[in-house]
Design a protein around this ligand. Structure first.
Ligand code: NAP
Ligand code: ZN
Ligand code: ZN
Length: 347
């Protein structure tokens, strides 16, 4: 066992505070690495505050993890000491169900193992995430990271990146498509970058007027301010797709009216409370309301390689570990441009 330093939430709604715990020694198939940077996802905040109702404490959040390998198990083939390494939202899965066989470990029918707030395959060992100084993970769930990109800005690709890349690839969004990106935060800004890279016409749908210039800088072709719903009239029946990254409850019905016939509203944002959907809004125009969760390991590596080739990274603000509680408040207030990343050297 090796003692890890971390920041943990001791209980629901309590602020995060310094905490130490034990990580296992790397087994034959494990990779151990020192964490250099970890992104701050809105899912961390939802879970720290038990908004999804399944939180385990103490909780060490963090699933946008990058660092450098310090030890490898005797049978590890993919990594050697000194390599850059990344871990996203998953650290294991059953590896034998239909979904795992297709590289869709995020949909493992026997339950994938989350990087934190989850249990290892033994069903009893709690997992702890990346707000810590080192981690030990089975090599099959460790990603290769290019040394061509700034490491801190790569970290958010491990969740915000793959969560937006995966549905855009699944629905083959590209040239000739009009897509609306709803919500310009961590996920939203990556959705804009990928949709632009894939050749789609991108409209930013944001409730924050001050983000218009940034949306254009990120590559969005149009900007619609959603806080005044009259503005939506200009884009009624306009989009082939909407990718919805909003973290707070909102009215999906409003946005279904912006889709063309056969249009798809893809939910990736995970608000904690239900919203009523009126069936007529789907029936008229054969519309789909769909969802997508992160991405499997092969596709996450594909996304990282795509980003290295096309120089795509996240727009970040690096913070010290002690500032995490303030960062959560700022994220809730929409005051993040566009992802906080913790520098673990400050731990
Ligand atoms: P974030 O950085 O906080 O961005 C959320 C954005 O939603 C905000 O920037 C804001 O954009 C918009 N928004 C927030 N409150 C709003 C409100 N009251 N009304 C309308 N719009 C509002 O969060 P994130 O890290 O991108 O995560 C977004 C959501 O995705 C979270 O629910 C998270 O849990 C979920 N998530 C899902 C997956 C998955 O696998 N599906 C993976 C990661 C995260 P504007 O100011 O532009 O309106
Ligand atoms: Zn996340
Ligand atoms: Zn499985």
């Amino acid at each position: 066992m090796t003692t890890a330093k971390s920041y943990a939430a001791p209980a629901k709604s309590a602020p995060l505070e310094p905490w130490s715990f034990e990580r296992r020694e790397p087994g034959p198939h494990d990779v151990a690495f020192d964490i250099q940077y970890c992104g701050v996802c809105h899912s961390d905040l939802h879970q720290v505050r038990d908004e999804w109702g399944r939180s385990k404490y103490p909780m060490v959040p963090g699933h946008e993890i990058v660092g450098r390998v310090t030890k490898v198990g005797s049978d590890v083939k993919k990594f050697k000491v000194g390599d850059l390494a990344g871990v996203g939202c998953l650290v294991n899965s059953c590896r034998e169900c239909n979904n795992c066989e297709q590289g869709l470990e995020q949909y493992c029918t026997n339950g994938s193992v989350g990087t934190y707030n989850s249990f290892e395959r033994d069903g009893v060992t709690q997992t702890y995430g990346g707000y810590s100084n080192h981690i030990v993970v089975n090599e099959d769930f460790v990603l290769h990271i290019s040394d061509k990109l700034p490491l801190a800005a790569v970290a958010p690709l491990l969740c915000a990146g793959i969560t937006t890349y995966s549905p855009l690839r699944y629905w083959k969004v590209g040239k000739g498509h009009k897509i609306g990106v709803l919500g310009l935060g961590g996920l939203g800004h990556m959705a804009v970058k990928f949709a632009v890279a894939f050749g789609a016409e991108v409209t930013m749908l944001s409730h924050t007027a001050a983000k218009e210039a940034d949306a254009k800088k990120l590559g969005a072709h149009k900007f619609v301010l959603t806080s005044n719903t009259q503005n939506l009239d200009a884009v009624k029946g306009y989009f082939d797709f909407i990718i919805d990254t909003v973290s707070a409850p909102h009215d999906y019905n409003l946005y279904l009216s912006l889709l063309k016939t056969n249009g798809v509203h893809i939910c990736v944002g995970a608000p904690p409370t239900p919203t009523e959907i009126i069936g007529f809004n789907l029936i008229g125009g054969r519309k789909s309301l769909a969802g997508s969760m992160i991405g499997g390991i092969p596709e996450t590596q594909e996304m990282l390689d795509f980003c290295a080739e096309h120089h795509i990274v996240s727009e970040i603000e690096v913070i010290a570990m002690k500032d995490i509680n303030e960062a959560y408040e700022r994220m809730l207030n929409g005051d993040v441009r566009y992802r906080f990343v913790i520098d673990l050297a400050t731990l």
